[in-house]
Design a protein around this ligand. Structure first.
Ligand code: TEU
Ligand code: CA
Length: 566
């Protein structure tokens, strides 16, 4: 229906509040800081802002450990600041979606304090408690061998009430028990309705596949024989009641508002994909699939770098786009977020010679793919990973810290050096360094020492040096977003048809719309490669990052977008 079209054609800009803009010099980003930059976000050509968690939280997982859904973390600002942000977005014709973190709360949430207070507390069943096991020597053991996503056992012993509780993430992020209907109702009221009634336009649904747990807490199969805990990632998604829960949540809450919901599912079967995001299923409008951001990363260990080639990228894009063909489902396009390293370093080339050119190449791919497009703060100016030379203690993310703590000790110097390289390449910290606004101290992010060290390249990579430079990456993104809208029939809604699939240097594809077709050609290498037109008919160039063409040749990281007249 016309009502829901806005979130299909929109480009979403994700803001990580701690690192975006500090207005009061305490070195921590805040909501007044965000409000002061809204014109910059609007001028880029984005339509929706996704604000990562700004609720009250002990910040063990930077806000994904929420102690009060109906609040604002004091260091980010006040509820009045949040009301102002909602208003300022709407005044600019923009929408605001918040992060919905409802697989777990912080252990500081009153619900959990009540639940852990005793086995007979009315809220005991709002979380997932299991008795200990005991080994032959009478030593207490957790209920099974699951690892959390942060490299510890997924079970934490609670001395006070004499049982273990489940946590898929940090031990201070206890999982809520979605089997309990009373709990679900409280979740919906507190984390969703409260904010919808304040005028937010929807949610990014955190860990959207994890709420329905496996019926029995049996041990995971041994994937790493040398480890005492096994990757829970194989078990945490798409449990038996997950679609029932999403249908209930959508019908009871989001469907009552002109809202946009995007679920972070990551991986699931084709059948599950269509259940999550087919409009007629009534669960969520779209989902994040991790095919592209997982390229090069091991399936069961985030920091196990396995490398990739261009065909892996083509397959990932295919998996994220093509399943919606001929259906009423919808998808998303993204390559960066707060959990991912910087895409120019991972998939482009962050050398001084090719950083901007390869950034424009990636921008061309992203802005010509089907689905709602998500950009992450700093992606538009070509921010890169932190230098390999940084000491590991500069990595402040619990995901990185726990991994080194758990697996670093047992490594030889060579293995440790390799682990450090993998962490430098893949750590979430790379996406959490302060936004680089200008070349002043701390990159214009703050007048005080930032909570996290800024990337060393802020003097050359910053927004101020780009917004007025027509050849900058910022202005290429701006132009590409305009082209995407002008040719949305092919670029936003068209069907992907990958050409020359096995070519490991050039990614070429058609985007077949109902009224127009586009033809995209991307040289992913730092060399000249042969260019032979792969389509018949006359083609008109609508976007390129190359200032002069050579006949039959694509220059390093050259990108071209044509429209094809049938
Ligand atoms: O991420 C869920 C998730 O799958 C990732 O945490 C992934 O497991 C991790 O990055 C290691 O690859 C969401 C949020 O995006 C993330 O920031 C939170 O830490 C997590 O949930 C818990 O809320
Ligand atoms: Ca601040």
């Amino acid at each position: 229906t016309q009502k829901d079209i806005w979130w299909k054609d929109a480009t979403v800009y994700q803001i990580w509040p701690a690192s975006y803009k500090d207005s009061n010099g305490d070195g921590i980003g805040d909501i007044p800081g965000i409000i002061s930059t809204l014109d910059y976000v609007k001028n880029l050509g984005t339509d929706v802002i996704w604000l990562s968690p700004a609720y009250d939280s002990p910040q063990d997982d930077m806000g994904y450990d929420i102690s009060d859904y109906e609040s604002v973390y004091p260091k980010y600002g006040t509820m009045e600041d949040m009301d102002q942000l909602i208003k300022e977005c709407h005044d600019r014709g923009m929408k605001l979606i918040l992060d919905l973190v409802i697989n777990h709360t912080s252990s500081e949430h009153q619900w959990f304090k009540d639940s852990r207070s005793s086995k007979t507390n009315p809220k005991r069943d709002w979380y997932i408690w299991q008795p200990a096991k005991y080994d032959a020597d009478g030593n207490r053991q957790p209920p099974n061998n699951w690892s959390s996503h942060f490299s510890e056992s997924a079970w934490e012993w609670d001395e006070g009430s004499g049982e273990y509780y489940l946590h898929y993430f940090a031990k201070t992020q206890p999982d809520l028990n979605w089997e309990n209907e009373e709990t679900r109702k409280a979740i919906y009221a507190s984390s969703m309705t409260f904010w919808y009634e304040k005028g937010v336009d929807g949610f990014r649904i955190d860990t959207a596949g994890m709420y329905s747990k496996q019926p029995s807490f049996e041990d995971a199969p041994i994937v790493f024989p040398d480890r005492d805990i096994q990757p829970a990632g194989m078990f945490t998604d798409s449990g038996p009641r997950i679609h029932e829960f999403h249908k209930e949540m959508f019908s009871q809450v989001s469907s009552k508002y002109d809202s946009m919901t995007v679920g972070e599912v990551g991986h699931c079967s084709l059948e599950d994909k269509l259940k999550y995001v087919s409009a007629k299923e009534g669960e969520m409008n779209m989902m994040f699939l991790f095919d592209l951001v997982d390229v090069g990363s091991g399936p069961n260990d985030k920091f196990d770098y396995i490398g990739y080639d261009l065909v892996d990228i083509k397959k990932a894009v295919d998996n994220m786009s093509s399943f919606i063909k001929g259906t009423d489902a919808w998808s998303t396009v993204f390559i960066e977020n707060h959990d991912q390293a910087r895409s120019i370093t991972r998939y482009g080339n962050d050398s001084p010679e090719f950083r901007v050119k390869s950034g424009k190449l990636l921008a061309t791919m992203l802005t010509t793919l089907t689905g709602t497009l998500f950009l992450y703060q700093g992606q538009e100016i070509g921010m890169t990973n932190v230098p390999l030379e940084w000491d590991l203690d500069e990595y402040l993310d619990i995901c990185s810290i726990n991994y080194v703590k758990k697996y670093g000790g047992s490594k030889t110097p060579e293995e440790f050096a390799q682990m450090k390289k993998n962490i430098n390449l893949l750590a979430r910290d790379n996406g959490r360094t302060p936004m680089q606004w200008d070349d002043s101290e701390y990159g214009g992010f703050s007048t005080g020492k930032p909570w996290m060290r800024p990337n060393d390249n802020f003097k050359t990579v910053n927004a101020a040096s780009q917004v007025n430079d027509p050849d900058s990456l910022y202005n290429y993104y701006k132009k590409a977003l305009t082209v995407r809208k002008e040719h949305k029939n092919a670029l936003i809604h068209g069907e992907l048809e990958i050409l020359d699939y096995e070519n490991k240097q050039v990614f070429s594809y058609l985007k077949v719309g109902t009224t127009e077709t586009a033809y995209v050609v991307l040289n992913f290498t730092s060399s000249d490669v042969k260019f032979n037109k792969l389509v018949e008919g006359d083609i008109e160039l609508v976007l390129t990052n190359q200032d002069k063409f050579r006949e039959g040749v694509l220059s390093p990281y050259e990108a071209r977008v044509y429209t094809v007249s049938q």
